[in-house]
Design a protein. Structure first.
Length: 147
């Protein structure tokens, strides 16, 4: 499946908000008691967001903090229309290629279906806090201070 990436712009905010709420609302309510719009606003920093386009239409986004090590995936969302089609795998591979010497971390819920994707891509659990888990993918080669 072909896709395009571009940096996010301010007009992408409402799309990212709606997509994240649609994908994560049930998990947030189950584990944190509710959806908290302020948390989403606080974490969405445009310079860290890459939009995913398929056939010229927004299909998702990935929010990655790249300024420090380890790289940190704050949020990775794909529209349900495009899930389970290899796009998430390819976008993670894109990160691995562009940051080959970096450790990459993310936090998700233990019961998030995306956890299977992360495990398939080599992420392992390094910390658990209730149903929230922190996962990490180390570079294939041994690089000092990568994580």
């Amino acid at each position: 499946m072909e896709y395009e990436l571009r940096p996010a712009r301010s007009e992408d905010y409402s799309y990212c908000y709606r997509l994240t709420k649609r994908n994560m609302f049930e998990l947030f309510c189950r584990h944190w008691g509710s959806w908290v719009p302020q948390e989403f606003r606080r974490r969405l920093v445009y310079k860290n967001v890459i939009m995913v386009f398929i056939d010229g239409k927004r299909a998702g986004y990935i929010n990655v903090i790249k300024e420090s090590l380890p790289l940190y995936i704050v949020n990775f969302q794909l529209s349900s229309l495009w899930q389970n089609k290899g796009i998430g795998t390819n976008i993670l591979k894109y990160l691995f290629v562009h940051y080959p010497d970096c450790c990459i971390q993310l936090t998700t819920f233990e019961d998030n279906p995306a956890k299977r994707l992360y495990e398939r891509m080599g992420f392992v659990i390094i910390e658990k806090n209730g149903m929230t888990i922190k996962m990490e993918k180390r570079p294939h080669h041994n690089v000092k201070n990568a994580c």
